[in-house]
Design a protein. Structure first.
Length: 468
């Protein structure tokens, strides 16, 4: 924050950002290198190399977005993004180690051994003539294609939030602030650029990004940015489920899961991502389900902060657990009231199909992950048996440690389940010699190649059809 304070003191000596008289273009506050504490040594050398190549070829090029924002806030950036007036095709001619990706927005990935530098062309505002040419296309106000290029000033107007509209130049080391982003960083504000209603219609994921930045950076969403979210949350139904799968991971596996859950619920966005679970959280057993999710999120944040990994499988299995176990309990209750009711194995299988099938309509979970979720949930039932004869085999299973952690979080809310956890943890600790060294995964999806398909985990645990 010391860097940010020194920069903000300099802003008093410069004009505020606004529209240049008679031009309609956004004007920037420019902070020169000698009054700007950011140095090239703070930045990825690969990113600096990309900027230099573009500048040497006669193009404008800047670092922008989260990398510069995090440096100013005293955080460690996880990546750096470049923006330039060179088109994707022109960028590709300068770098042999790159590829053009994207259809909605074309961008270039310059690939290095240890990282990928993303390069995007300045985006323009556009008009009717441009839309007729097909450079920009909208559906119900949402941008479905936007490869209209513009100037640096226009690009700044097209950024989502003010804190992401600060640019750094490798050529002269200056910072350019177009929308009072430095001020909003200092005041801890998430403020959208332009008209909130229109910007959310253009890309509804901006609502999730507002929540994510508030959770990640510990900032507050401004009233004008916040006000339309509830009424427009349904627009997320227009977003491809595959994209929302990734957005959920950004919310929950980067060290700010507790705050993300809180903000999503507060802004009625969780129901658009996990509608079945959200309905349960508002139901009679909602308190217990919410405690479980908060417990998982808090533990996940702690693991991330401790440098330990968290998998998409574990996070999605946790977030979907209330929907699965509620459906399982409903099916078991119905089965007990019928002479020809379903067995526990059939109830579990059907509940998994329902919970996962419904969720995939909203966030397209890859098949390899849904398979792993089924394995983890199935082991939760196996652990309840505390069968010493089978225990030696169970602790060698690939999902055992995840299932045991899962049982721990459940056990913190139920003393009976904590006893189950303690039994298995004691057995595991006293039989570490049985745990094999894992071999490198052979299959492209982390599984084995070919061979006979393994028997269904649910049926293996519960056995065949049982009486009621």
């Amino acid at each position: 924050m010391a860097i940010l304070k020194s920069i903000l003191n300099l802003l008093k000596l410069h004009r505020r950002s606004g529209k240049a008289s008679g031009t309609g273009e956004t004007r920037a506050v420019i902070i020169p290198r000698e009054k700007n504490p950011i140095r090239k040594s703070d930045i990825s050398q690969n990113a600096v190399r990309v900027l230099r190549v573009l500048n040497d070829a006669g193009y404008e090029a800047y670092l922008v977005g989260g990398g510069i924002r995090d440096l100013i806030l005293g955080r460690h950036p996880k990546d750096f993004d470049v923006t330039t007036n060179a088109t994707p095709e022109q960028v590709k001619r300068l770098f042999r180690n790159c590829r053009i990706i994207g259809r909605r927005f074309k961008i270039v990935h310059v690939v290095f051994a240890e990282e990928i530098i993303e390069v995007a062309t300045f985006r323009g505002r556009g008009g009717d003539e441009d839309e007729e040419k097909g450079k920009r296309a909208e559906r119900n106000g949402m941008l479905v294609r936007d490869n209209l290029y513009g100037t640096l000033e226009e690009d700044a107007d097209r950024r989502d939030f003010t804190i992401n509209s600060v640019y750094w130049s490798a050529k002269d080391g200056s910072l350019r602030d177009f929308h009072n982003g430095l001020r909003d960083m200092r005041e801890g504000r998430i403020d959208i650029i332009g008209d909130p209603d229109r910007r959310y219609h253009e890309d509804p994921v901006r609502m999730l990004r507002a929540v994510r930045f508030a959770a990640k950076l510990g900032m507050t969403i401004t009233e004008r940015t916040d006000e339309p979210i509830y009424a427009l949350s349904h627009l997320l139904d227009e977003i491809a489920p595959a994209r929302l799968f990734e957005e959920v991971l950004k919310l929950f596996v980067y060290g700010h899961a507790v705050r993300s859950l809180e903000e999503l619920r507060k802004h009625h966005l969780f129901k658009e991502l996990f509608p079945a679970v959200d309905a349960l959280l508002d139901g009679p057993d909602g308190g217990n389900y919410e405690k479980f999710l908060n417990e998982v999120c808090a533990s996940t944040d702690k693991r991330i902060q401790g440098g330990k990994p968290v998998t998409a499988t574990f996070m999605y299995a946790s977030l979907m657990w209330p929907a699965f176990i509620a459906e399982f309990n409903r099916l078991r209750k119905a089965a007990r009231g019928s002479q020809k009711g379903k067995s526990p194995a059939e109830c579990a299988e059907d509940a998994m199909n329902t919970a996962i099938g419904e969720q995939c309509r909203h966030t397209a979970i890859p098949r390899v992950i849904t398979t792993e979720i089924r394995e983890l949930w199935t082991l939760e039932f196996e652990l309840l048996r505390m069968d010493r004869e089978k225990a030696a085999k169970i602790i060698t299973m690939r999902r055992f440690r995840s299932a045991l952690d899962f049982m721990l979080y459940r056990g913190r809310l139920d003393e009976r389940l904590m006893k189950v956890y303690n039994w298995w943890n004691d057995f595991y600790e006293s039989h570490l010699d049985l745990i094999p060294q894992r071999q490198p995964r052979r299959g492209p999806d982390g599984g084995r190649r070919g061979g006979r398909r393994p028997r269904s985990g649910v049926k293996r645990i519960f056995g065949g059809k049982q009486g009621n």
